[in-house]
Design a protein around this ligand. Structure first.
Ligand SMILES: Cc1cc2nc3c(=O)[nH]c(=O)nc-3n(C[C@H](O)[C@H](O)[C@H](O)COP(=O)(O)OP(=O)(O)OC[C@H]3O[C@@H](n4cnc5c(N)ncnc54)[C@H](O)[C@@H]3O)c2cc1C
Length: 448
Protein backbone atom coordinates (compact mmCIF):
# COMPACT_ATOMS: atom_id res chain seq x y z
CA UNK A 1 0.00 0.00 0.00
CA UNK A 2 1.26 3.55 -0.69
CA UNK A 3 2.53 5.35 2.45
CA UNK A 4 -0.27 6.93 4.48
CA UNK A 5 -2.86 4.48 3.20
CA UNK A 6 -4.02 1.77 5.53
CA UNK A 7 -4.52 -1.65 4.07
CA UNK A 8 -8.27 -2.42 3.81
CA UNK A 9 -9.54 -5.32 5.93
CA UNK A 10 -9.88 -8.91 4.82
CA UNK A 11 -13.58 -9.32 4.05
CA UNK A 12 -15.28 -12.56 5.03
CA UNK A 13 -18.61 -13.40 3.44
CA UNK A 14 -20.77 -15.49 5.79
CA UNK A 15 -20.73 -15.92 9.57
CA UNK A 16 -21.21 -19.67 9.85
CA UNK A 17 -18.53 -21.49 11.81
CA UNK A 18 -16.16 -21.58 8.80
CA UNK A 19 -16.29 -17.79 8.38
CA UNK A 20 -16.08 -17.13 12.12
CA UNK A 21 -13.03 -19.38 12.58
CA UNK A 22 -11.32 -17.60 9.67
CA UNK A 23 -12.22 -14.22 11.18
CA UNK A 24 -10.94 -15.11 14.66
CA UNK A 25 -7.71 -16.62 13.28
CA UNK A 26 -6.95 -13.50 11.24
CA UNK A 27 -7.96 -11.05 13.96
CA UNK A 28 -5.79 -12.85 16.52
CA UNK A 29 -2.90 -12.66 14.04
CA UNK A 30 -3.31 -8.86 13.98
CA UNK A 31 -5.02 -8.63 10.58
CA UNK A 32 -8.13 -6.41 10.39
CA UNK A 33 -11.27 -8.29 9.30
CA UNK A 34 -14.88 -7.47 8.43
CA UNK A 35 -17.57 -10.11 8.22
CA UNK A 36 -20.80 -9.70 6.23
CA UNK A 37 -23.65 -12.05 7.08
CA UNK A 38 -26.89 -12.19 5.08
CA UNK A 39 -29.00 -13.57 7.93
CA UNK A 40 -30.14 -11.75 11.06
CA UNK A 41 -27.61 -13.53 13.27
CA UNK A 42 -24.41 -15.54 13.20
CA UNK A 43 -24.16 -19.34 13.07
CA UNK A 44 -25.39 -20.35 9.62
CA UNK A 45 -26.69 -23.88 10.00
CA UNK A 46 -25.79 -23.90 13.70
CA UNK A 47 -28.42 -21.75 15.34
CA UNK A 48 -30.71 -22.11 18.33
CA UNK A 49 -34.04 -20.42 19.00
CA UNK A 50 -35.77 -20.04 22.34
CA UNK A 51 -39.40 -21.16 22.09
CA UNK A 52 -42.01 -18.99 23.84
CA UNK A 53 -42.56 -21.78 26.40
CA UNK A 54 -38.87 -21.85 27.33
CA UNK A 55 -37.62 -24.79 25.22
CA UNK A 56 -34.36 -24.53 23.27
CA UNK A 57 -34.87 -25.51 19.65
CA UNK A 58 -31.84 -25.94 17.41
CA UNK A 59 -32.47 -25.33 13.72
CA UNK A 60 -32.60 -29.07 13.12
CA UNK A 61 -31.27 -31.77 15.44
CA UNK A 62 -27.52 -31.85 15.57
CA UNK A 63 -24.93 -32.75 18.16
CA UNK A 64 -21.56 -31.48 19.22
CA UNK A 65 -18.81 -34.10 19.05
CA UNK A 66 -16.22 -33.04 21.59
CA UNK A 67 -13.46 -35.13 19.97
CA UNK A 68 -13.64 -33.23 16.66
CA UNK A 69 -10.02 -32.05 16.19
CA UNK A 70 -10.94 -28.65 14.74
CA UNK A 71 -13.45 -27.99 17.51
CA UNK A 72 -10.86 -28.91 20.14
CA UNK A 73 -8.64 -26.22 18.66
CA UNK A 74 -11.29 -23.51 18.34
CA UNK A 75 -13.96 -24.19 20.96
CA UNK A 76 -13.69 -24.05 24.75
CA UNK A 77 -15.91 -27.05 25.47
CA UNK A 78 -15.85 -26.53 29.27
CA UNK A 79 -17.33 -23.06 28.88
CA UNK A 80 -20.26 -24.55 26.94
CA UNK A 81 -21.36 -26.58 30.02
CA UNK A 82 -22.06 -29.64 27.93
CA UNK A 83 -24.79 -32.16 28.62
CA UNK A 84 -23.73 -35.51 27.20
CA UNK A 85 -25.59 -38.30 25.50
CA UNK A 86 -24.84 -41.77 26.76
CA UNK A 87 -22.33 -43.83 24.79
CA UNK A 88 -24.88 -46.34 23.60
CA UNK A 89 -28.31 -46.62 22.07
CA UNK A 90 -31.67 -48.28 22.45
CA UNK A 91 -32.74 -50.30 19.41
CA UNK A 92 -36.47 -50.55 18.66
CA UNK A 93 -36.92 -54.14 17.51
CA UNK A 94 -40.66 -53.90 16.84
CA UNK A 95 -41.42 -55.42 20.25
CA UNK A 96 -39.06 -53.84 22.73
CA UNK A 97 -36.16 -51.43 23.20
CA UNK A 98 -32.92 -53.44 23.22
CA UNK A 99 -29.98 -51.65 24.88
CA UNK A 100 -26.54 -51.51 23.30
CA UNK A 101 -23.64 -49.83 25.11
CA UNK A 102 -20.12 -48.80 24.15
CA UNK A 103 -18.09 -51.44 26.09
CA UNK A 104 -15.21 -49.00 26.64
CA UNK A 105 -17.52 -46.67 28.60
CA UNK A 106 -19.84 -49.27 30.10
CA UNK A 107 -17.79 -52.43 30.73
CA UNK A 108 -20.45 -53.66 33.16
CA UNK A 109 -22.94 -53.85 30.27
CA UNK A 110 -20.64 -56.12 28.25
CA UNK A 111 -22.09 -59.49 29.37
CA UNK A 112 -25.62 -58.24 28.63
CA UNK A 113 -24.68 -56.87 25.20
CA UNK A 114 -22.63 -59.92 24.26
CA UNK A 115 -25.60 -62.17 24.86
CA UNK A 116 -28.14 -59.82 23.28
CA UNK A 117 -29.61 -61.33 20.13
CA UNK A 118 -30.10 -58.08 18.23
CA UNK A 119 -27.10 -59.05 16.14
CA UNK A 120 -24.62 -61.90 16.31
CA UNK A 121 -21.52 -62.41 18.42
CA UNK A 122 -19.46 -62.41 15.21
CA UNK A 123 -20.76 -58.91 14.40
CA UNK A 124 -19.87 -57.74 17.90
CA UNK A 125 -16.31 -59.00 17.41
CA UNK A 126 -16.13 -57.27 13.98
CA UNK A 127 -17.42 -54.04 15.53
CA UNK A 128 -14.79 -54.22 18.29
CA UNK A 129 -12.06 -54.83 15.67
CA UNK A 130 -13.20 -51.92 13.49
CA UNK A 131 -13.45 -49.72 16.58
CA UNK A 132 -9.89 -50.56 17.62
CA UNK A 133 -8.60 -49.75 14.10
CA UNK A 134 -10.41 -46.43 13.80
CA UNK A 135 -9.61 -45.29 17.36
CA UNK A 136 -5.85 -45.34 16.56
CA UNK A 137 -6.09 -43.82 13.07
CA UNK A 138 -4.46 -40.37 12.65
CA UNK A 139 -7.35 -38.79 10.69
CA UNK A 140 -8.36 -35.17 11.39
CA UNK A 141 -11.48 -35.33 9.23
CA UNK A 142 -13.85 -37.63 7.35
CA UNK A 143 -12.09 -36.45 4.20
CA UNK A 144 -8.77 -37.85 5.48
CA UNK A 145 -10.44 -41.10 6.58
CA UNK A 146 -11.87 -41.59 3.07
CA UNK A 147 -8.66 -40.60 1.32
CA UNK A 148 -6.60 -42.99 3.49
CA UNK A 149 -8.62 -45.89 2.08
CA UNK A 150 -7.10 -45.34 -1.34
CA UNK A 151 -10.19 -46.74 -2.95
CA UNK A 152 -13.17 -45.03 -1.32
CA UNK A 153 -16.44 -46.99 -1.52
CA UNK A 154 -20.04 -46.64 -0.31
CA UNK A 155 -20.21 -46.99 3.47
CA UNK A 156 -22.55 -49.97 3.18
CA UNK A 157 -20.08 -51.78 0.92
CA UNK A 158 -17.30 -51.06 3.39
CA UNK A 159 -19.36 -52.76 6.10
CA UNK A 160 -20.03 -55.76 3.82
CA UNK A 161 -16.30 -55.94 3.05
CA UNK A 162 -15.61 -56.20 6.79
CA UNK A 163 -17.98 -59.18 6.90
CA UNK A 164 -20.83 -57.56 8.86
CA UNK A 165 -24.15 -59.35 8.60
CA UNK A 166 -27.34 -58.00 7.04
CA UNK A 167 -28.90 -57.92 10.51
CA UNK A 168 -26.12 -55.65 11.81
CA UNK A 169 -26.28 -53.33 8.81
CA UNK A 170 -30.07 -53.05 8.77
CA UNK A 171 -30.77 -52.95 12.49
CA UNK A 172 -27.89 -50.82 13.68
CA UNK A 173 -25.64 -49.32 10.99
CA UNK A 174 -28.39 -47.85 8.77
CA UNK A 175 -30.28 -46.00 11.51
CA UNK A 176 -27.13 -45.04 13.45
CA UNK A 177 -24.89 -43.73 10.65
CA UNK A 178 -27.93 -42.87 8.55
CA UNK A 179 -28.80 -40.42 11.35
CA UNK A 180 -25.31 -38.90 11.15
CA UNK A 181 -24.88 -38.76 7.37
CA UNK A 182 -28.64 -38.26 6.83
CA UNK A 183 -28.51 -41.18 4.37
CA UNK A 184 -29.88 -44.49 5.70
CA UNK A 185 -28.94 -46.17 2.40
CA UNK A 186 -25.29 -45.62 3.44
CA UNK A 187 -24.56 -44.99 -0.22
CA UNK A 188 -22.10 -42.18 0.54
CA UNK A 189 -18.36 -42.32 1.13
CA UNK A 190 -16.98 -44.53 3.92
CA UNK A 191 -15.09 -41.52 5.31
CA UNK A 192 -17.86 -40.12 7.56
CA UNK A 193 -18.64 -43.63 8.89
CA UNK A 194 -15.02 -44.33 9.86
CA UNK A 195 -14.26 -40.85 11.15
CA UNK A 196 -17.38 -40.54 13.30
CA UNK A 197 -16.71 -44.00 14.71
CA UNK A 198 -13.33 -42.72 15.85
CA UNK A 199 -14.97 -39.58 17.27
CA UNK A 200 -17.54 -41.59 19.25
CA UNK A 201 -14.78 -43.79 20.67
CA UNK A 202 -12.59 -40.80 21.56
CA UNK A 203 -15.30 -38.53 22.94
CA UNK A 204 -19.01 -37.91 23.40
CA UNK A 205 -22.00 -36.52 21.59
CA UNK A 206 -23.21 -33.56 23.60
CA UNK A 207 -25.35 -30.43 23.66
CA UNK A 208 -24.20 -27.03 24.99
CA UNK A 209 -26.26 -25.52 27.81
CA UNK A 210 -27.29 -22.62 25.54
CA UNK A 211 -27.95 -24.82 22.49
CA UNK A 212 -25.85 -25.72 19.46
CA UNK A 213 -25.77 -22.02 18.50
CA UNK A 214 -23.52 -21.37 21.50
CA UNK A 215 -20.54 -22.55 19.44
CA UNK A 216 -20.64 -19.77 16.83
CA UNK A 217 -21.43 -17.26 19.60
CA UNK A 218 -18.29 -18.30 21.43
CA UNK A 219 -16.28 -17.52 18.29
CA UNK A 220 -18.10 -14.21 17.80
CA UNK A 221 -17.12 -13.16 21.33
CA UNK A 222 -13.44 -13.29 20.29
CA UNK A 223 -13.96 -10.60 17.66
CA UNK A 224 -14.04 -6.83 18.35
CA UNK A 225 -17.53 -5.37 18.47
CA UNK A 226 -18.73 -4.20 15.08
CA UNK A 227 -16.66 -6.74 13.12
CA UNK A 228 -19.75 -8.62 11.93
CA UNK A 229 -22.45 -6.81 9.95
CA UNK A 230 -25.73 -8.76 10.11
CA UNK A 231 -28.51 -8.68 7.50
CA UNK A 232 -25.82 -7.69 4.99
CA UNK A 233 -25.86 -9.87 1.89
CA UNK A 234 -22.84 -9.70 -0.39
CA UNK A 235 -24.22 -9.55 -3.91
CA UNK A 236 -20.97 -9.75 -5.89
CA UNK A 237 -17.23 -9.64 -5.69
CA UNK A 238 -15.47 -6.68 -7.33
CA UNK A 239 -12.51 -7.24 -9.65
CA UNK A 240 -10.20 -4.60 -11.14
CA UNK A 241 -7.20 -5.31 -13.40
CA UNK A 242 -7.65 -9.04 -12.88
CA UNK A 243 -7.36 -8.76 -9.11
CA UNK A 244 -10.06 -8.83 -6.52
CA UNK A 245 -10.50 -5.45 -4.85
CA UNK A 246 -13.63 -5.80 -2.75
CA UNK A 247 -17.25 -6.88 -2.48
CA UNK A 248 -20.58 -5.23 -3.07
CA UNK A 249 -23.11 -5.02 -0.22
CA UNK A 250 -26.39 -3.21 -0.91
CA UNK A 251 -24.80 -1.64 -4.04
CA UNK A 252 -21.97 -0.19 -1.96
CA UNK A 253 -18.39 -1.25 -2.71
CA UNK A 254 -16.47 -2.41 0.33
CA UNK A 255 -12.71 -2.48 -0.37
CA UNK A 256 -10.85 -5.60 0.72
CA UNK A 257 -7.22 -6.74 0.98
CA UNK A 258 -8.58 -10.24 0.28
CA UNK A 259 -12.02 -11.86 0.30
CA UNK A 260 -12.84 -15.17 1.93
CA UNK A 261 -16.16 -16.58 0.74
CA UNK A 262 -17.48 -18.62 3.66
CA UNK A 263 -21.09 -19.10 2.60
CA UNK A 264 -22.94 -22.36 2.10
CA UNK A 265 -21.75 -24.20 -1.04
CA UNK A 266 -24.68 -23.08 -3.20
CA UNK A 267 -24.18 -19.37 -2.49
CA UNK A 268 -20.40 -19.80 -2.82
CA UNK A 269 -20.76 -21.18 -6.34
CA UNK A 270 -23.01 -18.26 -7.30
CA UNK A 271 -20.55 -15.69 -5.94
CA UNK A 272 -17.29 -17.23 -7.11
CA UNK A 273 -18.20 -19.35 -10.13
CA UNK A 274 -16.16 -22.23 -8.67
CA UNK A 275 -17.91 -25.22 -10.25
CA UNK A 276 -16.59 -28.03 -8.07
CA UNK A 277 -18.72 -26.88 -5.13
CA UNK A 278 -21.81 -28.84 -4.21
CA UNK A 279 -24.88 -27.36 -5.89
CA UNK A 280 -28.45 -27.17 -4.59
CA UNK A 281 -29.29 -30.58 -6.07
CA UNK A 282 -26.55 -32.10 -3.93
CA UNK A 283 -28.24 -30.92 -0.74
CA UNK A 284 -29.16 -33.66 1.72
CA UNK A 285 -32.34 -32.79 3.65
CA UNK A 286 -33.42 -33.55 7.21
CA UNK A 287 -36.64 -32.99 9.13
CA UNK A 288 -36.72 -32.64 12.91
CA UNK A 289 -39.99 -32.80 14.81
CA UNK A 290 -39.59 -31.32 18.29
CA UNK A 291 -42.00 -32.89 20.78
CA UNK A 292 -42.72 -31.65 24.29
CA UNK A 293 -44.34 -33.48 27.16
CA UNK A 294 -44.57 -33.88 30.89
CA UNK A 295 -43.84 -37.59 30.79
CA UNK A 296 -40.22 -38.67 31.10
CA UNK A 297 -39.26 -40.47 27.86
CA UNK A 298 -37.75 -43.19 30.05
CA UNK A 299 -34.68 -43.59 27.86
CA UNK A 300 -32.16 -41.69 29.91
CA UNK A 301 -29.75 -39.72 27.69
CA UNK A 302 -29.67 -42.53 25.11
CA UNK A 303 -30.83 -42.17 21.53
CA UNK A 304 -33.46 -44.60 20.24
CA UNK A 305 -32.93 -46.11 16.77
CA UNK A 306 -35.63 -47.69 14.64
CA UNK A 307 -34.02 -51.08 13.99
CA UNK A 308 -37.13 -52.25 12.08
CA UNK A 309 -36.59 -49.60 9.35
CA UNK A 310 -40.37 -49.53 8.96
CA UNK A 311 -41.15 -46.30 10.76
CA UNK A 312 -40.99 -42.75 9.45
CA UNK A 313 -38.76 -41.68 12.34
CA UNK A 314 -35.15 -42.82 12.04
CA UNK A 315 -34.20 -41.92 15.59
CA UNK A 316 -35.41 -40.23 18.74
CA UNK A 317 -32.99 -37.93 20.57
CA UNK A 318 -34.02 -37.28 24.18
CA UNK A 319 -32.68 -33.73 24.21
CA UNK A 320 -33.59 -32.59 27.72
CA UNK A 321 -32.45 -35.90 29.21
CA UNK A 322 -28.97 -35.15 27.80
CA UNK A 323 -29.07 -31.39 28.43
CA UNK A 324 -31.74 -30.33 30.97
CA UNK A 325 -31.56 -26.67 29.86
CA UNK A 326 -33.40 -27.66 26.65
CA UNK A 327 -36.74 -27.83 28.54
CA UNK A 328 -38.27 -25.77 31.34
CA UNK A 329 -38.47 -27.50 34.76
CA UNK A 330 -40.91 -30.41 34.89
CA UNK A 331 -41.10 -30.70 31.08
CA UNK A 332 -39.26 -32.87 28.56
CA UNK A 333 -38.10 -32.24 25.01
CA UNK A 334 -37.32 -34.88 22.42
CA UNK A 335 -36.40 -34.69 18.74
CA UNK A 336 -37.88 -37.18 16.27
CA UNK A 337 -35.54 -37.19 13.30
CA UNK A 338 -36.54 -38.04 9.72
CA UNK A 339 -33.84 -38.58 7.09
CA UNK A 340 -33.35 -40.06 3.62
CA UNK A 341 -36.19 -40.37 1.10
CA UNK A 342 -38.76 -39.75 3.86
CA UNK A 343 -37.24 -36.29 4.50
CA UNK A 344 -36.95 -35.51 0.79
CA UNK A 345 -40.61 -36.27 0.12
CA UNK A 346 -41.93 -35.10 3.46
CA UNK A 347 -45.43 -33.65 3.62
CA UNK A 348 -44.87 -31.14 6.38
CA UNK A 349 -48.62 -30.87 7.01
CA UNK A 350 -48.97 -34.26 8.64
CA UNK A 351 -45.39 -35.28 9.38
CA UNK A 352 -45.57 -34.00 12.97
CA UNK A 353 -48.51 -36.23 13.90
CA UNK A 354 -46.97 -39.24 12.16
CA UNK A 355 -43.68 -38.66 13.99
CA UNK A 356 -45.57 -38.38 17.28
CA UNK A 357 -47.26 -41.72 16.64
CA UNK A 358 -43.90 -43.35 15.89
CA UNK A 359 -42.43 -41.92 19.08
CA UNK A 360 -45.35 -43.25 21.11
CA UNK A 361 -44.88 -46.69 19.51
CA UNK A 362 -41.15 -46.84 20.24
CA UNK A 363 -41.38 -45.46 23.77
CA UNK A 364 -44.52 -47.44 24.64
CA UNK A 365 -46.36 -44.22 25.45
CA UNK A 366 -49.75 -42.84 24.51
CA UNK A 367 -49.52 -40.37 21.57
CA UNK A 368 -51.27 -37.79 23.76
CA UNK A 369 -48.22 -37.80 26.06
CA UNK A 370 -46.39 -35.75 23.42
CA UNK A 371 -47.25 -32.50 21.70
CA UNK A 372 -45.67 -31.27 18.45
CA UNK A 373 -43.88 -28.06 19.31
CA UNK A 374 -42.27 -27.34 15.96
CA UNK A 375 -41.21 -29.08 12.75
CA UNK A 376 -37.92 -27.93 11.25
CA UNK A 377 -37.13 -28.94 7.67
CA UNK A 378 -33.65 -28.11 6.34
CA UNK A 379 -33.41 -28.95 2.61
CA UNK A 380 -29.62 -28.41 2.56
CA UNK A 381 -28.50 -29.83 5.89
CA UNK A 382 -25.33 -31.31 4.43
CA UNK A 383 -24.06 -31.89 0.91
CA UNK A 384 -24.10 -35.37 -0.59
CA UNK A 385 -20.75 -37.12 -0.21
CA UNK A 386 -20.60 -39.95 -2.74
CA UNK A 387 -17.47 -42.14 -2.75
CA UNK A 388 -14.48 -40.29 -4.20
CA UNK A 389 -15.97 -36.81 -3.75
CA UNK A 390 -13.17 -35.53 -1.54
CA UNK A 391 -10.64 -35.75 -4.36
CA UNK A 392 -12.86 -33.47 -6.46
CA UNK A 393 -13.50 -30.74 -3.88
CA UNK A 394 -11.95 -27.32 -4.50
CA UNK A 395 -9.11 -25.98 -2.34
CA UNK A 396 -9.12 -22.74 -0.35
CA UNK A 397 -7.53 -20.67 -3.13
CA UNK A 398 -9.82 -19.41 -5.90
CA UNK A 399 -9.54 -16.98 -8.81
CA UNK A 400 -9.02 -14.09 -9.37
CA UNK A 401 -6.00 -13.53 -7.07
CA UNK A 402 -7.15 -12.39 -3.64
CA UNK A 403 -10.22 -14.67 -3.56
CA UNK A 404 -10.38 -17.58 -1.10
CA UNK A 405 -12.91 -20.16 0.05
CA UNK A 406 -13.64 -21.25 3.61
CA UNK A 407 -16.42 -23.78 3.83
CA UNK A 408 -17.26 -27.34 4.67
CA UNK A 409 -17.33 -27.64 0.86
CA UNK A 410 -13.50 -27.71 0.74
CA UNK A 411 -13.13 -30.48 3.38
CA UNK A 412 -16.24 -32.52 4.23
CA UNK A 413 -19.82 -31.86 5.24
CA UNK A 414 -19.54 -31.34 8.99
CA UNK A 415 -18.79 -28.52 11.35
CA UNK A 416 -15.35 -30.08 11.87
CA UNK A 417 -14.78 -29.76 8.12
CA UNK A 418 -16.08 -26.17 8.14
CA UNK A 419 -13.77 -25.14 11.00
CA UNK A 420 -10.76 -26.84 9.41
CA UNK A 421 -11.48 -24.99 6.20
CA UNK A 422 -11.79 -21.62 7.98
CA UNK A 423 -8.49 -22.27 9.75
CA UNK A 424 -6.73 -23.26 6.50
CA UNK A 425 -8.08 -20.28 4.57
CA UNK A 426 -6.93 -17.86 7.30
CA UNK A 427 -3.44 -19.42 7.26
CA UNK A 428 -3.12 -18.99 3.50
CA UNK A 429 -4.40 -15.39 3.58
CA UNK A 430 -1.95 -14.52 6.39
CA UNK A 431 0.95 -15.89 4.38
CA UNK A 432 -0.13 -14.09 1.20
CA UNK A 433 -0.56 -10.75 2.98
CA UNK A 434 2.79 -11.14 4.75
CA UNK A 435 4.43 -11.92 1.42
CA UNK A 436 2.80 -8.92 -0.27
CA UNK A 437 3.90 -6.65 2.58
CA UNK A 438 7.50 -7.87 2.42
CA UNK A 439 7.91 -7.60 -1.36
CA UNK A 440 8.71 -3.82 -1.65
CA UNK A 441 11.27 -4.11 1.17
CA UNK A 442 13.09 -6.84 -0.74
CA UNK A 443 13.21 -4.57 -3.81
CA UNK A 444 14.65 -1.65 -1.77
CA UNK A 445 17.29 -3.93 -0.21
CA UNK A 446 18.23 -5.19 -3.64
CA UNK A 447 18.57 -1.61 -4.91
CA UNK A 448 21.17 -0.92 -2.30
C1 LIG B 1 -30.11 -30.33 10.74
C2 LIG B 1 -28.61 -30.36 10.62
C3 LIG B 1 -27.91 -31.34 11.30
C4 LIG B 1 -26.51 -31.38 11.22
N1 LIG B 1 -25.84 -32.28 11.98
C5 LIG B 1 -24.50 -32.19 12.07
C6 LIG B 1 -23.78 -32.94 13.04
O1 LIG B 1 -24.37 -33.63 13.88
N2 LIG B 1 -22.42 -32.89 13.00
C7 LIG B 1 -21.75 -32.09 12.11
O2 LIG B 1 -20.52 -32.05 12.14
N3 LIG B 1 -22.41 -31.33 11.22
C8 LIG B 1 -23.74 -31.34 11.19
N4 LIG B 1 -24.43 -30.54 10.33
C9 LIG B 1 -23.67 -29.76 9.33
C10 LIG B 1 -23.04 -28.51 9.93
O3 LIG B 1 -24.01 -27.74 10.59
C11 LIG B 1 -22.42 -27.73 8.77
O4 LIG B 1 -21.46 -28.56 8.14
C12 LIG B 1 -21.71 -26.46 9.19
O5 LIG B 1 -22.49 -25.69 10.05
C13 LIG B 1 -21.34 -25.68 7.93
O6 LIG B 1 -20.74 -24.47 8.30
P1 LIG B 1 -20.33 -23.39 7.21
O7 LIG B 1 -19.78 -22.23 7.96
O8 LIG B 1 -19.46 -24.04 6.17
O9 LIG B 1 -21.66 -23.00 6.42
P2 LIG B 1 -23.04 -22.38 6.93
O10 LIG B 1 -23.34 -22.78 8.32
O11 LIG B 1 -24.04 -22.71 5.89
O12 LIG B 1 -22.78 -20.80 6.96
C14 LIG B 1 -22.79 -20.03 5.80
C15 LIG B 1 -23.25 -18.62 6.15
O13 LIG B 1 -23.13 -17.79 4.97
C16 LIG B 1 -24.25 -16.91 4.95
N5 LIG B 1 -24.41 -16.41 3.57
C17 LIG B 1 -24.84 -17.12 2.47
N6 LIG B 1 -24.82 -16.30 1.38
C18 LIG B 1 -24.37 -15.08 1.79
C19 LIG B 1 -24.12 -13.85 1.13
N7 LIG B 1 -24.30 -13.70 -0.20
N8 LIG B 1 -23.67 -12.80 1.85
C20 LIG B 1 -23.44 -12.93 3.19
N9 LIG B 1 -23.67 -14.08 3.88
C21 LIG B 1 -24.11 -15.15 3.19
C22 LIG B 1 -25.40 -17.77 5.44
O14 LIG B 1 -26.48 -16.97 5.89
C23 LIG B 1 -24.71 -18.56 6.58
O15 LIG B 1 -24.81 -17.86 7.81
C24 LIG B 1 -25.82 -30.47 10.39
C25 LIG B 1 -26.53 -29.49 9.70
C26 LIG B 1 -27.91 -29.41 9.83
C27 LIG B 1 -28.65 -28.31 9.16
Amino acid sequence: MPAGHERPPVVIVGAGVAGLVAAVALHEAGIPVRVFEAADDVGGRMRTDRHAEGFLLDRGYQVLLDAYPAAQRWIDHDALELGRFDAGALLWTGRRLAPLANPLRHPAALPRDLTSRVFSMADKVRLARLGAETACAPWQSANQAATSLGNDMPAVEYLWSCGFSEAFVDRFARPFWGGITLDPHLAGSSGPLLFTMKMFLRGSAALPKAGIGAMPFQLLARLPEGTVSLSSRVTSIVVADGRLTGVRVARKKIPAAAVIVATDPVAAEQLTGVRALANAAAGVPSVTVFLAGERDPGTGPRIVLDATRRLLVNEIAPLSAAQPSYAPPGRHLIAAVIVGDAARNADLEDIGQRARDDVATMLGHDPSDWRVLETVAVPFSQFAQPPGIYRRLPGNVAHPPGLFLASEATVDSSYNGAMLSGDNAAGIVRRELAFAASAPRVERDAAG
